[in-house]
Design a protein around this ligand. Sequence first.
Ligand SMILES: Nc1ncnc2c1ncn2[C@@H]1O[C@H](COP(=O)(O)OP(=O)(O)OP(=O)(O)O)[C@@H](O)[C@H]1O
Length: 311
Amino acid sequence: MIETRDLTKKYGDLYALDRLTLKLDKGDVFGFIGPNGAGKTTTMRILATLLNPSWGEASVCGYSIYTGSKDIRRSIGYMPDFFGVYDDMKVIEYLEFFAAAYRIKGPERRKKCEQVLELVDLGYKRDALVTSLSRGMTQRLGLARVLLHEPQVLLLDEPASGLDPRARIEMRELIKELRGMNKTIMVSSHILPELADICNKIGIIERGKLIFNNDVATAIKQVRQKHVFFVSVGKDQNELAAKKLETYPEIGSVELENDNESIKVSLRDDREDGSFVPERLIQEGFRLKSFKEEEINLENVFMSITKGITN
Ligand SMILES: Nc1ncnc2c1ncn2[C@@H]1O[C@H](COP(=O)(O)OP(=O)(O)OP(=O)(O)O)[C@@H](O)[C@H]1O
């Protein structure tokens, strides 16, 4: 659905994008993560055929960006990070304006507009002025606009930026809904956890270079080479228990955490089962208070992957 090879964009001496090679299949939701200025917008604008690369190849839905820009524009919905809305226009009029631009005609036009409004939960705002909408609603309207022509591919540039926590969650739910419609989605953010549960693939970009590109499951596995557990036998007993744990050959490291509230135990090899830890502590006569495995979320993955690469 989206394929790039050595895609590069230079501004003078600056590599805004440096040999980006990427492949997204139908139904993929690709989280494109990177700090400000990393090259995310540049990539999306090139894929949307709004910007020419300096060199390299890219195709969307099988059409080359060099020869198939018209077909690409028909097949994609591109939501830029900033977009204007027109004053003195109602929500429904705004959508009808764009539906007309997509050559959706007759009664179908109104029907399509109502449909996308419902999809983004803005039906009740159809007669409100676009300038009266909150930031979250405006973003949802922006999304509705790029869905009018039923594109197969969506390029969403920081759709949740500037939104409050509730609006962020709503935007995430909306993207999940679009994923359920089997669309191929590239969604960018500089906040990793935001994309954690909606993507099946992630790419991390830094100063124009893709420093990581994999599916989420593999990324987590890669980081989870050493299993880490938190155990507690009570604040006053934890120090003693930690000393005992240090003597077990299966354990790589033992640290007391949070003012002796818990003990962080890292296993020596990649064995996944740490259940011997509480079992032996009980055998030693300690009373177990808690035991849990460290959660590996995308944030841990990000920190681990970018350690020493970013600064
Ligand atoms: N027209 C331009 N002229 C010169 N440099 C540019 C131009 N457009 C972008 N750049 C530079 O290219 C680099 C990549 O910018 P880009 O907008 O793609 O980053 P981004 O990852 O989308 O960042 P943000 O999260 O801030 O949107 C930045 O260093 C930016 O300053």
